[in-house]
Design a protein around this ligand. Structure first.
Ligand code: SF4
Length: 489
């Protein structure tokens, strides 16, 4: 499958809208996750209070991130873990590759890791002659299919059972079956063999506790537990924003994350790892490495609006609630972070000029903000990034057609705002609009502007390409009111 890019979101989305198989697969989102989330949050007495607490913990941590990271590093090293700092994805990949090569390993087992996806770790490992084997079922399926994840929590949500069965026939060589039990047992048999062979396990991190130097990884299949305890070396790739101050803070996030993401009260496995194993007879790795990765995060820290992007706990609830994601799926975003959170994180990670369509991939309905367990104001972030594009602080050169188009839209709204802010200009504006709209009004609505009008008034053409706007009333309220008074004498 050809990998899509964020630069072509508009075209990707159009293609996805015409894909009935994708829509069938995505219906599971609305049918399963949204309802399950509602039931799961009903089991918490004070859900709103819990969200407030989570937001407060994240804000406090992000404001003093340097201090909490130092504390985390000190305590993790005391427990025997080795810390590595990576400024960007390239450095992070190289650190991992060097660690794997030091072990003379040619294959690694990997647990699902968004940070690893973000830096394209699998491709980097393969280029260095190391075979990465994904061990999360969904992640393994899309690895076999040669694709990227299309959802933060459920990477293969876009695949139907029939498509998965076809992948197994082609890549694993079994007889075609849609019996889930057979497919699961086949997966388990193959992955168990790989676990037994592997010397090195690679995982992500959900939370790093500064107070103890512990990392916490959540999952439902047991694969992370095997990845981190059967292997001799465990390498965890962790974004610097994953740190939280205290062990007790986990209580808040362990209630919020599974409920928001999969509608579970608790994830099945919660692996807490504090350094290396203490006795030779214990299970667990003798060698633990934590790669602390920046990769654009410091930049986000610098502004109060963009800083909140770093509070994300990757639960995926905003994707499930988003009407745009529900229609186009994850691949259209051309990024490992799809949906509303992807639309704000990706431009900040890869540069807004490479992902300038993403902040517009939203109806600004606010459903994402409504469900976010850490109360990230995604619409505010989207508007912030849109403003960066239109005011010229981002978006490349002055000749960039996207910026010109957005500039024209912004200018039209500024003129609209000016005209509507004074009585005289408002009266004059509505009179002029009444005369001019005759060219475009059909059945009382300003429908699709086309031809010369769309060319002369590009914002009107763009606005009415997909939606109708109501026509200006033939007589203003003032005129009607005045007539009424005159009639009353
Ligand atoms: S932005 Fe909020 S809802 Fe979306 S993935 Fe992050 S924490 Fe979850």
């Amino acid at each position: 499958m050809q990998q899509l890019t964020a630069e072509t979101f508009d075209q990707n989305a159009r293609a996805a809208l015409n894909d009935p198989v994708l829509h069938g697969a995505l219906r599971n989102l609305a049918d399963n996750f949204v309802t399950r989330r509602q039931n799961a949050i009903a089991s918490v007495d004070d859900w709103e209070g819990l969200r407030e607490k989570a937001r407060a913990i994240k804000e406090e941590t992000l404001l003093h991130l340097d201090e909490y990271l130092s504390q985390f590093v000190e305590n993790a090293e005391k427990a025997g873990a080795k810390i590595h700092w990576a400024r960007d994805g390239k450095e992070a990949c190289q650190i991992v590759i060097d660690l794997v090569k030091n072990r003379d390993a040619r294959m690694v087992v990997k647990a699902k890791s968004m940070a690893g996806e973000e830096i394209h770790l699998n491709e980097a490992l393969e280029r260095s002659g190391i075979e990465p084997v994904e061990t999360d079922l969904g992640e393994w399926i899309i690895q076999l299919a040669g694709e990227t994840p299309s959802h933060i929590v459920v990477p293969a949500i876009h695949k139907t059972k029939e498509q998965i069965a076809d992948i197994f026939v082609e890549k694993v060589g079994i007889e075609k079956t849609d019996n889930v039990d057979v497919l699961t047992k086949t997966t388990r048999r193959i992955l168990r063999e790989r676990f037994a062979e592997a010397e090195v396990g690679i995982s992500g991190v959900n939370f790093g506790v500064a107070e103890t130097g512990t990392i916490l990884i959540l999952e439902n299949e047991g694969n992370i537990r095997l990845t981190t305890s059967l292997t001799k070396t465990h390498i965890a790739v962790m974004g610097i924003e994953k740190v939280i101050p205290k062990f007790a803070d986990l209580d808040v996030f362990l209630k919020l994350l599974p409920r928001s993401g999969t509608g579970q009260r608790l994830t099945a496995y919660q692996s807490l790892i504090t350094g290396v194993k203490k006795n030779a007879a214990d299970a667990g790795p003798e060698d633990v490495h934590i790669v602390l990765m920046d990769n654009g995060r410091s930049r986000m820290l610098g502004h109060p609006v963009t800083r909140q992007s770093l509070a994300c706990i990757r639960c995926g609830a905003c994707l499930n609630a988003c009407p745009v994601y529900q229609q186009v799926g994850g691949h259209a975003y051309g990024s490992v972070y799809p949906g509303p959170i992807g639309a704000v994180i990706t431009p900040q990670l890869i540069g807004i000029s490479k992902a300038k369509q993403l902040p517009y991939a939203s109806s600004l309905c606010g459903a994402c903000k409504e469900v976010c367990p850490v109360k990230i104001d995604i619409p505010e972030l989207l508007l912030h990034l849109r403003a960066e594009i239109t005011d010229g602080t981002a978006g490349g050169s002055a000749n960039n057609p996207e910026r010109k188009r957005r500039f024209a839209e912004s200018l039209a709204f500024k003129m609209y705002g000016k005209a509507w802010s004074g009585q005289f200009s408002y009266g004059l504006g509505t009179k002029a609009a009444r005369i001019m709209q005759k060219l475009v009004v059909r059945d009382g609505k300003i429908g699709k502007a086309s031809g010369l009008i769309a060319k002369l008034l590009p914002p009107l053409g763009a606005w009415t390409a997909w939606r109708d706007a109501p026509a200006v009333a033939p007589r203003s309220f003032r005129e009607q009111w005045k007539d009424g008074l005159d009639k009353q004498g």
